[in-house]
Design a protein around this ligand. Structure first.
Ligand SMILES: [Zn+2]
Length: 460
């Protein structure tokens, strides 16, 4: 995605001077680098403090992975995500209107879910020497179907704004940085949904031109805590030009190369507290003293900028085979070249999602994902049979109150019967295997001799 944009990509930007000077994509600094420099300015001991934090995280991550391996707990963590598309009408039209945006949303979700579940087809390009380090984040991003007010949502909202763009370095609401104006309805944007429970992604026109995305890291104290990164601004802003996957990005200069949907993959990494493999410094790690706190990503002297080099790529920090991991999602190589997270990065991210981590509440409420669509809401439900557990994952039990049903039908939100159980004589408690059913909401219709009961089941 980056090509020339790479230099322009601001993961986070707090440096007004650097940005003000950067009116063309090739000279805009990377925001993460700027953030790091700002942190250093605020705290002379920042580098040392960061090292301490990284060591703490590494220890926690190692312990967590050990426990997980021992317990064989490799369940996928499902998290609700909402897209706030905040654009002028002409830019909405540029994306193909409501239909085009729906397609972009779906393609973006697909890219995230492939890259965060070690399921991307181009993983075949990972060199054999790095293949054992190909990490599976085990995070499933699902569109949030329950809005904060309790109503049904498709998982995205389209907000037509009169603002032509939202600036990375200035704003009238919130912190005035990281496009904060896009994050508040009062300043022409869209208010965040509870950022502890939903991943909020704003799709908008980011200024200055050429910025691909802006992701907030978890509010660790050393970054400035909730002063720099307040909860109501937590999330990711992505340029509408880099949103979703498509085959042709030619109309989206200067982000025309950002066509694979991996801008958000990279920013999502920052959101879960991943660093670039070259450490704190974007432009120069020639002394090889910066690191990302992850043991299996080789030291790198600086970003692999916008290209797809031949393997192996050796540099001053990693002089021997297999060289630097330029194909890592957190490097800056071309979109088509970035194919993997490492197992060490998986461990680091797992700390944020585990209990006590900054992202731990994202998995707390599956009801935010599997909300009742209106087609199901309209079905009368008398709840005369008990279903437990409900919500259910792999299986559930249906207790027909001492009666034997003639049939038990599972009806999806399109009104289709997708699964039927026929109990045998005197079978009043029925176990249902849900493993072949798509996740979602079902009406369970039990037909008895003279009556029919209907009950809702949430399968997630
Ligand atoms: Zn970055």
């Amino acid at each position: 995605m980056y090509k020339k944009i790479t230099a322009a990509l601001l993961s986070i930007c707090t440096c007004s001077i650097a940005i003000a000077q950067s009116t063309t994509p090739t000279t805009i600094l990377d925001g993460w680098d700027v953030l790091m420099k700002n942190c250093e300015k605020r705290n002379p001991n920042f580098k040392a403090d960061l090292q301490v934090l990284n060591e703490q995280i590494a220890k926690k991550a190692a312990a967590y992975m050990q426990t997980n391996a021992a317990n064989k707990t490799t369940a996928v963590k499902e998290v609700p995500i909402v897209f706030h598309i905040v654009l002028t009408q002409s830019k909405i039209n540029q994306l193909g209107g409501a239909t085009g945006i729906a397609e972009r949303v779906q393609s973006q979700i697909d890219v995230l879910n492939k890259d965060f579940n070690a399921a991307n087809a181009d993983s075949s390009l990972i060199p054999a020497a790095f293949k054992p380090l190909y990490g599976n984040m085990g995070i499933k991003f699902s569109l949030a179907h329950k809005a904060p007010n309790g109503s049904y949502s498709p998982g995205y909202e389209i907000v037509t704004t009169t603002k032509s763009g939202f600036d990375i370095q200035s704003g009238t609401t919130g912190t005035g940085q990281f496009c904060s104006d896009a994050k508040f309805t009062s300043s022409g944007g869209a208010d965040a949904w509870d950022t502890k429970k939903y991943i909020n992604v704003w799709i908008t026109d980011i200024t200055p031109m050429g910025v691909g995305g802006v992701g907030t890291p978890p509010p660790y104290a050393i970054y400035g805590g909730t002063t720099q990164f307040p909860w109501n601004e937590q999330g990711i802003v992505i340029s509408y030009m880099a949103f979703g996957k498509r085959t042709n990005g030619s109309q989206f200069f200067p982000l025309q190369a950002a066509i694979a949907g991996r801008t958000l993959v990279h920013e999502m990494g920052h959101y879960f507290n991943l660093f670039h493999p070259f450490g704190m410094s974007t432009m120069d790690n020639k002394t090889c003293t910066d690191d990302d706190g992850v043991s299996d990503t080789p030291l790198e002297s600086g970003p692999t900028q916008s290209i797809c080099p031949s393997f192996p790529l050796l540099d001053t920090c990693t002089k021997t085979f297999p060289g630097v991991m330029y194909m890592n999602h957190m490097d800056y190589s071309a979109d088509t070249c970035r194919t993997m997270f490492s197992t060490g990065q998986v461990a680091r991210v797992s700390i944020e999602l585990a209990g006590g981590g900054f992202r731990d509440q994202l998995t707390s409420d599956p009801g935010l994902i599997y909300w009742w669509p209106s087609s199901v809401n309209n079905v009368a439900v008398n709840n005369e049979v008990a279903i437990y557990p409900n919500p259910a994952t792999n299986s559930c039990t249906i207790n027909c109150n001492d009666n034997t049903a003639r049939s038990i039908e599972f009806i999806n939100n399109l009104g289709q019967v997708v699964y039927t159980i026929t109990p045998v004589a005197n079978e009043t408690i029925v176990h249902a295997d849900l493993s072949n059913l798509a996740k979602g909401v079902y009406v369970i219709k039990c037909t008895f001799n003279n009556t029919i009961t209907t009950t809702k089941l949430l399968h997630y």
